[in-house]
Design a protein around this ligand. Structure first.
Ligand code: OAD
Length: 261
């Protein structure tokens, strides 16, 4: 993997950073990797949970058939995240809000680390792991600081086949709560992708940071920006299906590359 010493920022990109007014950044799990958040894919691996690929446990189908198991997986991830902090990549992007006239930060991450790093107006395509919502009336609940919802208590991951605690219950209508994240097989929250698309069409400079660019429609945003004439820059230690579309590919870690920009 390239180290900071190997990464050079082209003169062309430096000039574009100086003059650009309208910049869009799309981030994925890779930007949080240096905070200690495991990525889903990359390095030839795929996350497995209790013998299931993550896209099975994180699916609309699992929500229908075994909501407690879905809660267990997201509880596990929330516990993991609770101890983690934003890294230099998140902090660098937080400064970009003041640096450009029009800056749009779009993330596929549900980990809230951009917000903790000081970013405002983060467009979350896939929701946020620190929220729950009612499957019926859509009332939303904040899960920060391990807040207990209804009778629901955090529980340890149990590798045995013992029955899992039931899903937490909505205080407003008595139906089940679910994590407020987009699962495989579900649509994005209404309006969110449309707003991101509009910004992608307007930007001059578009960065694609730490995403395997395999999940659509998120991965189409750089394509839309390129189609509208933007200069596209990828930051990732590995090449992705979008690399060929990019004007520049910076092979490196987000936490090392973004502060150099
Ligand atoms: P992936 O796990 O698919 O891809 C992570 C990418 O980050 C890979 O391309 C790695 O090479 C790269 N990477 C690793 N370390 C990095 C670092 N330090 N700096 C920069 N890049 C690094 O994650 P996403 O593309 O975000 O969906 O996955 C997209 C969606 O699939 C996620 O939002 C999630 C998942 O299912 C939902 O939660 C709905």
């Amino acid at each position: 993997m390239p180290t900071t010493a190997d990464v050079t920022i082209s003169l062309s990109l430096r000039e574009r950073m100086q003059s650009a007014r309208n910049v869009l950044v799309l981030t994925g799990a890779g930007i949080s990797a240096e905070s200690g958040v495991p990525t889903f894919r990359g390095g030839g691996n795929t996350t497995i949970w209790k013998g299931m690929p993550f896209d099975v446990i994180s699916s609309a189908r699992m929500l229908q058939t075994n909501l407690p198991a879905v809660w267990e997986w997201f509880n596990y991830r929330r516990r993991l995240l609770a101890a983690l902090k934003p890294n230099a990549g998140h902090l660098a992007l937080a400064r970009w809000h003041d640096r450009f006239d029009d800056f749009t930060l779009v993330t596929q991450n549900v980990d809230n680390l951009h917000q903790l790093g000081g970013s405002r107006e983060v467009t979350e395509l896939h929701g946020n792991i620190w929220r729950a919502r009612c499957v019926e009336c859509s009332t939303r609940y904040n899960l920060f600081e391990n807040e207990v919802v209804g009778d629901f208590k955090e529980h340890e991951v149990d590798e045995s086949d013992e029955e899992l605690p039931p899903a937490p219950i909505c205080e407003a209508c008595g139906n089940s709560l679910r994590p407020d994240v987009v699962l495989f097989g579900e649509l994005l929250p209404p309006g969110v992708f449309e707003r991101a698309t509009e910004k992608a069409q307007q930007c001059e400079l578009c960065f694609v940071v730490g995403t395997s660019a395999l999940v659509y429609p998120a991965a189409s945003l750089p394509e839309i920006a390129a189609g509208a004439g933007a200069y596209i820059v990828e930051v990732n230690p590995e090449r992705t299906p979008l690399s060929d579309l990019c004007d520049e590919v910076i092979m490196g870690k987000a936490g090392e590359v973004l502060p150099l920009l």
